[in-house]
Structures are given as structure tokens and as C-alpha cells.
Design a protein around this ligand. Structure first.
Ligand code: SAM
Length: 279
């Protein structure tokens, strides 16, 4: 029998597949809470049954109304309220940040009960550098918006982590290969489940593999950082462009320099336009 929970908001991570990954502390918290906020009550009901937690549930989303949030805040002073998502760590591509912000502003205690997170688990499987990484969530299904985000991420010297679904995997990998060039990557599927799988290779190879063969299940894409040469500094890029612009149009100069420095053409072209014609 564990000690009763003090009042406040408890952010409780839940498994992303294997139920045994629920921590003992998470199970105690779910049993001790007097209200459990969930994304989908049917999904969370299974977990609660697994740990014999009987507290009532309420649905919570970041687009829940202000009135709904106020109703929750009113209970935090005297009761332990747990927030869970369908799977993994709440707030990571899941609801919760508005509630945490409001609870803190109102002076309530906030506790996190750490546990499974697909992004972190995928990083441990990918075999790519983990000293710096950027979690980029889900890419847009719209080609233009997706391309813009990828162009923004191209110059960042860090491993990139994306959440994805099977049907969209091929398109996203193709867009990543087009926008980021030749980089090592990993497609990690169904972590901690029966069909867990990690497939690694250059982005273009992964894009070809999954182009007409969308896999089943939940997926994380991990993309290694740009090669040193690819991450050419702005100074090096400007210098190369100034020389090229003396004899070439911005478009031609950008193409040549992008190929030479192994950087995305979009980045070189934007800089070429900013620098203007050589004087
Ligand atoms: N909050 C969750 C977390 O901590 O990872 C993520 C929620 S987000 C709405 C769901 C996405 O996480 C899925 O589309 C998939 O990209 C990834 N994901 C969740 N479980 C996974 C698993 N077992 N294997 C691979 N990816 C998973």
C-alpha cells in the first residue's frame, strides 16, 4: 500500500506497446488519483483495468474549453489529478501543455512520472548520433508545408526525429530525401510490440523501399545530422556564392554551389538572392 498522493497534477507516462513498461510509480499514481484525464477513455480504460485503478475518467485535450480547464484547476488544490495520453509521455505530440501552464500559473503542484516515449526509444535503436537531436513531431501531409519545414531543418546540425504513420511513410521519406540530401536514417516501427523492426540506410534507399510498400503500425523516422561538409557555414556559403555570382545568374550559381558544398539547393538559392548580383 503506497502513501496517499498529495494534491496536484500528475503527468503520467504510459506504455507505447508493452504493458509491462508501465512503471511501478505510474501504476501507484493511477491507483491513487481521484480523477484521470485521458485523450480517449476507451484506450485508457484498458490500462486502468490492467493496474486495477478505479478512479473516474474525464476527456482532456488542449482544445478543451477554458471552462473545462478551470473546472480541472479547481480540483487540483485538494485532489490528485492524473493526466495520461493514449500511449507514451503526455505533452509529446500529445495534449497537456496548456493545462500544465495553467496549473503552474495557479500555483498548483505539478509532478511528472517519467516513462516510455517513442522518440527517445527510437533514438536508442537508430544507431545515429544522439548528442544533439531535434524532435520535429509529425510532418505535414501537404507537400508545400512539408517541404518548407524540411528546408528549415536542413541546416540544423542535429539528428532529426519525426513521428509518422504507415500510409504516409513513403511520401515523407521521399520529401526528406529530396530536401536533406544523402543522409543516414532509420525507420523504426512498433517499438516494444510483437513486430518491432528497425530498418536503417541512406534516406533515398529507405524512400525507395517504402514507396509502394507502406508498412503497418506506428513509426518513428530518425535522420542523422548533415555531414560536416553539408553543414557548410553561412560564411563559407556566402563566400562561394559571391565568387559564383560574378559570372553566373543567381539560379545557376546556387545550383553549382549547392552541388559543390553538398547542401540543399533551396538554401543556396535563398542566399544567392539575398546577396544580389556581384558588384
Ligand atoms: N506521446 C507519445 C510518445 O511519448 O511517444 C507520442 C504520441 S503521438 C500522437 C503518436 C506517434 O508516436 C505515432 O504516430 C508514432 O509515430 C509514435 N509512436 C507511438 N508508439 C509507437 C511505437 N510503439 N513504435 C513506434 N512509434 C510509436
Amino acid at each position: 500500500m503506497s502513501a496517499p498522493l498529495t494534491p496536484g497534477l500528475y503527468i503520467v507516462a504510459t506504455p507505447i506497446g508493452n504493458l509491462s513498461d508501465l512503471t511501478a510509480r505510474a501504476a501507484d499514481t493511477l491507483r491513487g488519483a481521484s480523477l484521470i484525464l485521458a485523450e480517449d477513455k476507451r484506450v485508457t480504460a484498458k490500462l486502468l483495468a490492467h493496474v486495477q485503478a478505479t478512479a473516474p475518467m474525464a476527456v482532456y485535450h488542449d482544445h478543451s474549453s477554458e471552462t473545462e480547464r478551470m473546472r480541472i484547476l479547481a480540483r487540483l488544490g485538494t485532489e490528485a489529478v492524473a493526466l495520461v495520453s493514449d500511449a507514451g509521455t503526455p505533452l509529446i505530440s500529445d495534449p497537456g501543455y496548456k493545462l500544465v501552464r495553467a496549473a503552474r500559473a495557479a500555483g498548483h503542484a505539478i509532478h511528472t512520472i517519467p516513462g516510455a516515449c517513442a522518440a527517445i526509444a527510437a533514438l536508442t535503436l537508430a544507431g545515429l548520433p544522439t548528442d544533439r537531436f531535434l524532435f520535429a513531431g509529425f510532418l505535414s501531409p501537404k507537400a508545400k508545408a512539408r517541404g518548407n519545414v524540411i528546408a528549415e531543418l536542413a541546416a540544423i546540425r542535429a539528428t532529426l526525429v519525426f513521428y509518422e504513420s504507415g500510409p504516409r511513410l513513403g511520401e515523407s521519406l521521399a520529401a526528406l530525401a529530396a530536401g536533406l540530401g544523402q543522409r543516414d536514417a532509420a525507420v523504426i516501427r512498433e517499438i516494444s510490440k510483437l513486430h518491432e523492426e528497425t530498418v536503417t540506410g541512406p534516406l533515398a534507399d529507405l524512400a525507395a523501399r517504402y514507396a509502394d510498400a507502406p508498412p503497418r503500425g506506428e513509426i518513428v523516422i530518425v535522420v542523422g545530422p548533415p555531414a560536416e561538409q553539408q553543414a557548410a557555414s553561412d560564411e563559407a556559403l556566402d563566400e562561394a556564392l559571391r565568387i559564383a555570382l560574378a559570372t553566373l545568374t543567381p539560379s545557376r550559381a546556387a545550383k553549382d554551389v549547392a552541388e559543390r558544398l553538398n547542401i540543399p539547393r533551396k538554401r543556396a538559392y535563398a542566399r544567392a538572392l539575398a546577396l544580389g548580383p556581384a558588384s
